[in-house]
Design a protein around this ligand. Sequence first.
Ligand code: G3P
Ligand code: CA
Length: 237
Amino acid sequence: MHIVAHRGYSALAPENTLPAFAAAVLGGATLIEFDVRTTADDVPVVIHDRTLDRTTSGSGHVWDLPYSEVAAADAGSWFSPAYAGTRVPTLAAVLELLADASLLLEIKPPATLPQVKTIVSLLDQYGLRERTIVQSFDPQIVRLVREVDPSVRRGLLRLRFEADTLDLADELDVVCLNPSTADVLGDPGTVTALVARGIDVMPWTANDIAEWGPLIRGGVAGLITDRVAELTGWLAH
Ligand code: G3P
Ligand code: CA
């Protein structure tokens, strides 16, 4: 059972920041999930939203901004004054911090082939390629990952199980398919079909303790949660 830290230990520290990733490791995460976007001057950075507005003191689309502007924003104060001055990390800084961990790296759209190449080459540079699954909601980005290097393990995210889910999983040859918790609980047949193909199912975002038991009994390989240490403690009971 993977304890997957969603954007790091995001219940305790600002999502997708170095403090959230350090806390995820200490909290017992066995996989650390985060989101990658690329700045206007081609620097991969770790941030969830399209814009800086919700989680930083800055504003504007990540892809319109030079890295210097993204780096100047405060990515901690919105969460708590305890994290004032925390920055949006580069992908390189995250990989350096997590060089001994296992990663679930989500590429957010839009992403081009050269941008995906840069991300995969950074995984190589930090010795993390074998310990990383690269996933996306966008099947075309998963195809780009395969084009860059078919040996990189791939995952597909789904907002909901749709009629083409199993066909897409087969076509993209993914190792995991990660839907919402509601779909796992509401559609056990699709979960069973995925597990029968050897594909791991790790639902997001499993923050409700009451759902942890039913999800695990439903056959999931891991839970993607903001509540990392709570899940670690709960699994130990
Ligand atoms: O990895 C699952 C989860 O991160 C997908 O949703 O919006 O948090 O990136 P989101
Ligand atoms: Ca994500």
